[in-house]
Each structure stands twice: as structure tokens, then as C-alpha cells.
Design a binder for this molecule. Structure first.
Ligand SMILES: [Ca+2]
Ligand SMILES: [Ca+2]
Length: 304
């Protein structure tokens, strides 16, 4: 029998290549995000797929999924596959109360939610989030404040917090002839204005209470869907992607207290030893040593 032998140098080289491959894999893997919208009846409608394509084209996400909240209300377990969600409505949600309850829990557990028009401006019940979301004021724009679309095109106006990560690389935004934007200039008690439209409507808001929340005062589909919508030659895709990345789950914050410290390490090791699904850090369906290897650099890097 002929034995195949590999020299020790060969093994060393293989190990080096493997380490390099894993490093590249980790570096390339951005957050996993999902559109959770009642955008239209059919999931392949351009009101869903245009936004999916725009987000994917930024190259900053490992995955951009579509969950059709017109026909279906996802469970917390399903949502926890993702680090951040872009939520909006153009039709009724299948169950605005159940979705509001679930999204509040998702935020409590460190997941990011970016809420966008019309879900954050409409006064039509079943098109804004109800349940715990409404009762415990997870909103940034005031509920039912109304939507403005008159007066012709509006653009990105004053950036009130210029160094905010959501505004990174966002220099131009043109809303198209409709320029859907919030009518009410106010925010909820914990809302913070980051950027405005030229007429001072809120374009971007964050929260002093919820680290993993942001609101966009824009309607996500672009003029590839309808000529009166936002102009994709401007930075709308970048703006939506930045908001998702800003709110996204910090995966090394295992105990969801918005800090990365030794307690997270202890929790991870405990989950790892128990073989818990939550210790599947590289999300390949099994808990093994590669999860530990991926957790370590994320833990060392920490979170903002
Ligand atoms: Ca923590
Ligand atoms: Ca794994």
C-alpha cells in the first residue's frame, strides 16, 4: 500500500493558508439583515426587491433577506437569524400587534430595527407597529404624525450631527417628486435628530433610550420602481445601509447590556460548553471550535 505523506513544512503551509482563508472569511462577513415590510402583496414585487438590490449593492452585508410582513408575522427566533431589520409599510401588516410585540423583544435582545415611511408616519391602524412597540414607546418619530409629499422634490438639508456614523459618506439625497417625509417635525421623548430634509422634516433620527434603533424619514423604494421616488444616483442606499449597520446587533455582547466585557466571555464559554445554538458564532449550523475562533477577535474588537 502506498502511503501519502505530507512534510511538516507542508502542514505548516496548509495551516497558514487555512488561517488566512478564515481571516478573509471573517473580514468579508458583514451583518446579516432582513427587510421586514408590508411593502406589497407579492414578495417578488419591485417594492421589495428594489430595496433588497440597493442594500446588497453596497457590498456591506453577508445577506439581505426579505420577510413579507403583509402576509406573515415572523417569530423572534426567525428574526434572531439577523443582526438588523429594515421595517416599513405600504399596506397593512398581517398582525401589527404581534409584530410590534416581537420587534420590541428583538430590540431588547440587542437586534437593530430601522423604521421607515410609512410605518413611522401613517395614522392608518395596522400600518404602524402596535403592541409593546407602541405601548412602551419604541418609536422615534411620533406615531401617526402624518406624511408629506407635496411641494415638489426635497433633498438632504442640514446634517445636525455631521460625524454620526449614519451620515458617513452620505453627501447627496434627492427624494424625487413625491419626497415622502414626516409631516410632524417633533420626535418622541427619547428621539434625537441626526439629519433633516431641506424643509426641516426629519430624515434621520436615533434614540437616547434604545441603542439599536434608528428612524428614516424616507420611503425605501427608489425611482427604479416609480418615477416620483428617490433618485438612486444619490446616496439613499448608503443611508439605509449605514442605518442598518449602526443599529446592528453587536454579536460579542452576549448578555445584551450594550457593553463587551468579561461577563460576555464567560457567557459565551458557558453556551459553547453546553453546545447551545446561541454559541454557533459563525452561523454554520454546528457549534465547534471554529465558533470559538471567530468569537475571540469579535470579543477583542468590542463594540462602539
Ligand atoms: Ca455585554
Ligand atoms: Ca458554527
Amino acid at each position: 500500500m502506498k502511503m501519502t505523506s505530507i512534510s511538516s513544512r507542508g502542514w505548516a503551509l496548509a495551516a497558514l493558508l487555512w488561517a488566512g482563508f478564515m481571516a478573509v472569511q471573517s473580514a468579508d462577513a458583514g451583518p446579516r439583515v432582513a427587510i421586514v415590510a408590508s411593502a406589497e402583496v407579492a414578495t417578488d414585487d419591485p417594492r421589495f426587491t428594489d430595496v433588497q438590490e440597493k442594500l446588497a449593492s453596497t457590498g456591506r452585508f453577508e445577506e439581505v433577506a426579505i420577510i413579507n410582513a403583509f402576509s406573515y408575522t415572523p417569530t423572534l427566533e426567525e428574526l434572531e437569524e439577523f443582526d438588523a431589520l429594515l421595517v416599513w409599510s405600504n399596506r397593512n401588516f398581517a398582525n401589527a400587534t404581534l409584530l410590534g410585540d416581537t420587534l420590541a423583544l428583538y430590540v431588547d435582545r440587542g437586534g437593530g430595527v430601522v423604521l421607515s415611511i410609512f410605518a413611522n408616519t401613517t395614522s392608518t391602524s395596522d400600518r404602524f407597529l402596535a403592541g409593546r412597540w407602541l405601548d412602551e414607546e419604541y418609536d422615534i418619530l411620533p406615531v401617526g404624525g402624518g406624511t408629506l409629499s407635496s411641494g415638489g422634490q426635497r433633498e438632504l438639508g442640514t446634517i445636525r450631527v455631521p460625524d454620526h456614523p449614519i451620515m458617513d459618506g452620505v453627501h447627496r439625497f434627492r427624494g424625487g417628486a413625491a419626497s415622502f417625509r414626516p409631516l410632524d417635525l417633533g420626535l418622541t421623548s427619547h428621539g434625537q435628530i441626526i439629519a433633516q430634509w431641506t424643509d426641516e422634516s426629519t430624515l434621520v433620527g436615533t434614540s437616547s433610550r434604545f441603542r439599536h434603533r434608528a428612524d428614516l424619514g424616507m420611503y425605501p423604494p427608489s425611482n427604479a420602481v416609480l418615477s416620483t421616488l428617490w433618485d438612486p444616483n444619490t446616496d439613499g442606499a448608503r443611508l439605509m445601509a449605514n442605518a442598518l449597520i449602526y443599529t446592528a446587533r453587536c454579536r460579542a455582547d452576549v448578555n445584551h447590556d450594550d457593553r463587551v466585557d468579561f461577563f460576555d466571555y464567560l457567557d459565551f464559554v458557558s453556551e459553547f460548553e453546553n453546545g447551545d445554538e446561541s454559541a454557533d458564532f459563525n452561523r454554520d449550523g454546528t457549534v465547534d471550535f471554529f465558533d470559538y475562533l471567530d468569537f475571540l477577535p469579535a470579543f477583542e474588537e468590542g463594540c462602539d
